[in-house]
Each structure stands twice: as structure tokens, then as C-alpha cells.
Design a protein. Sequence first.
Length: 330
Amino acid sequence: MKLRLLVVVVCCLFLAACGKATKDEVIEDVNKKWNDAKGYELSASMEVRTGAEPRIYDVKVWHTKPDFYRVAVNPKGESEQQLIVRNEEGVFVVTPSLRKTHKFQSEWPKQNSQAYIIGALADDLVSDSKAVMTEDDASYTFEVATRNVDQTALPVQQIVIDKKTMLPTKVSVMDESLQEQVVITFADIKLGVKHTAEEYAVEKFSEKEEKKAASAEVVDTEFSVYYPTIDWAHTKLTDEFEVQEDGNTRVILTFEGEKPFTLMQQPIQSDDTILPVSGDPADLGYTIGAITDNSIQWDKDGMTFFIASTKLTKDELLEVAASVQESSMK
């Protein structure tokens, strides 16, 4: 009797072990499910902790195969919105309230991690041969390397996957000390939802805000100067001056030392035209900018900012941009 009971217990343990999914099996399953869907819609909350105070944004994503994307980002509780759109004509960043549309020659989102795009998350899982998986009764949790241009600053992410649905519930993008800097919490993911090509047309988004944009004017008066708050011991502000051009004020800050760069800023000039820009979309948390090997530009608080340097890496350009705020130099 005891022998029979022992055999039953051993068989149960063996079956349980056989039923436990391996890391590779889970990655294969989620990659197939997330990337094979003909389309999807999702909504999520994004908390960015890189500044002095955490900032929370509502994020809504559409994706229709093969390469159509629409990402809407707006501060939680506010109507202000920015859109990243990929359609058959290219990649666009749209700020409807400013009547500003920038067009990129870019492969976004293929080349970088995008914590709110589940296909990109699946690619992250497949790309990292050293990914570590842990699990509890409800979830699989993966620790995976990011593929961001700023992966030096934010090199690691944790992806939590619900065992029942095999869909992500949370993504934490972390710094080198494994402190959470960006946290995405998924509220709803609907696979199999497709949108027509016409629904990804940039003009539709701009038209919706036409009346609002027409009544919103950027006042070209004196403004407070913004400074980078990043503390680099051997890089200091050496020059600051204003330039008046066609009634507009531009402030130019020059930083010299081991990591020299120039920061230019001026009030935003609204424009109905689509403006071509170089580089790729760069997610700064609070806004979407444009980054190249030697520069980064973005809009914030009614201002346009541009940083140029032949010495800074893309990681460092992003570090400086993320630290720029209205303040006085130390």
C-alpha cells in the first residue's frame, strides 16, 4: 500500500514538472500571440519618474498589420494630446493643439524598445538570450535588456505576463540600479481589432482640433529660460545670450568641458504644414522629440528646444534633454 502511494506521488510530481512551461516555451507562446494578431487596441497608464515629480500619462495604441500604428499620449486628466502615427506615407509626430506635424524618415517602432507596443515587447524577449524568467501562481516575470537608444541610462526592463491570458499586465523600465523610471500598467488589450488605412491618416487628427488650435495662440513675449539640471562635474555653462529674429526671441546656452553642447530655446511657432525632420522619434516621457546622432529637438511648455553636440552620445543627448526645466543654474 505504501509502495503504491509512493508511486502515485512520484507520478504526480513528474506530471507537474512536465506541465511547467520553460522560459523558451513562454517566449515562443507570447511572441506568436502578440505578433501574429492582425491588429489590436490597448489602453495603459504610463508613470514617468525621471523628473523631480512623477508624471502620469494615459496611453492608447492602435496597431494594424503590417506597419500601421497610432499612439496617443496625454497627461492624465488633461485634454492636451500628442500622437505618433505610422502609415503608408511614413512616421509622424502630431501635436494637434499647436497645429504642428513632424514627418520622420524612420523605421519606428522596429529598432527600439517601446514599452506600450506589445509587438516590440515580444521582440525584446526574443532578442535577449540572457533573459531571466521567474513565476508565481498568476504571472510570469521576465527581466530583459532594452533595445532603446538610451539603453545605457535605462538598460533593463521587467515584463509581467498574466498566465491565464498570456498578455502583459505591467512593464517597468529601470536604470542601472534597478530603480523603476518608467512604469506602464496595461488596463485593457483587445487582440484582433483592425482599423482601415483611412483611420491612420494624419489629416484627420489635425482637423479634429482645428477650432481649438485656431483659438490657441503662442504669445511671443519675454519668457523664462530653461536650463539642464544634469550635474556633470567637468561641463559648465560658459555663455548665455539672446538673439532677436523677425520679432522672435531665441536664447542660446553654450556648455563647455568634457561633454560640450549647445542648447537653443524659443517660443513655439504654430504651423499648419507638415515639417520634415531628421532622425527618429525619441520618447522623453513628457513629450516626443526627434533625435539624430548629433542633436535632439522637442517642444514643451510652449517652447521649442534644440540641443546640438558633436561630442555627446545619443544616450547623453537624451539625459540632457530629460533634465531641462525652468530653473536657475547652480
